[in-house]
Design a binder for this molecule. Structure first.
Ligand code: C5P
Length: 231
């Protein structure tokens, strides 16, 4: 990739993590010596193409300021009611000098591999189209409530991961209009799909798990240990 690009990252980290059953946001749980959020930041800080990182944190969060963040590329912005509001707040905070591209990555995915982030950036920027890391669904998928009504063919099903990378202006407009219309937006890609914008599916490692439940935390602690031993 020879083109010079400007790229900022957003980490939405303003959730309460209710499914973890904690009395503090889940990104402050420890994996080894560091919090989940510090591990995630560490990964993004190692990607040279990322010029600045905006972290959306709840205004009520009493923990963030106690972290020792070595990186002067980090700015705290106010989180919003839903994830999409948090990302939109971060995009608006960049309005003075917006980057061309924005990469959004969940605070709760500390296992992401730098190679996968670089693959996402290179592929999207060469194609001049947005995209997301995703992994092909491996399990047999059932549709139903109490009883299974059908088995859904999985050959075209992907599990959406993060990071997700999009042009700044297109993402700002797509999120803005989705929120105005009250649409259900669970990731940036869903806002872009709704706006008729391309979303490339770029295959990434399936162990880029989002920590949602206590079982996920235990698994990520184990996998992080393995990852660090293999560096
Ligand atoms: O709750 P869930 O794990 O799906 O949230 C995904 C990411 O979005 C987390 O990193 C969480 O902190 C963030 N989030 C946010 N603002 C909200 C809700 C969630 O930044 N209002």
């Amino acid at each position: 990739m020879n083109k010079v690009i400007s790229l900022a990252a957003i980490i939405p980290a303003a959730g309460v993590g209710s499914r973890m059953g904690l009395n503090h946001p889940k990104q402050y749980l420890k994996i080894g010596d560091q919090t989940i959020l510090e591990h995630t930041l560490d990964k993004l800080s190692k990607v040279d193409l990322i010029e600045h990182i905006y972290i959306a944190i709840s205004d009520d969060d009493a923990y963030f300021d106690d972290l020792e963040l070595p990186d002067n590329r980090v700015t705290r912005v106010s989180g919003g009611k839903e994830r999409a509001n948090s990302v939109l707040n971060a995009l608006k905070a960049m309005k003075g000098s917006p980057p061309e591209w924005v990469l959004v990555h969940d605070a709760a995915r500390p296992l992401v591999c730098i190679n996968d982030i670089e693959k996402l950036i290179t592929t999207c920027i060469s194609a001049d189209e947005g995209g997301i890391l995703a992994s092909k669904v491996k399990d047999t998928i059932k549709k139903g409530d109490i009883y299974s009504q059908e088995t859904v063919p999985r050959d075209q099903l992907w599990q959406a991961l993060t990071p997700q990378l999009f042009p700044y202006t297109a993402l700002l407009n797509a999120l803005d209009s989705a929120l105005v219309d009250g649409a259900l937006i669970t990731d940036e890609a869903s806002a872009m799909e709704r706006a008729g914008q391309p979303v490339r599916l770029i295959s990434g490692r399936s162990d880029n798990i989002k920590i949602t439940t206590p079982e996920d935390h235990a698994l990520v602690c184990f996998l992080m240990d393995q990852q660090q031993k293999s560096i």
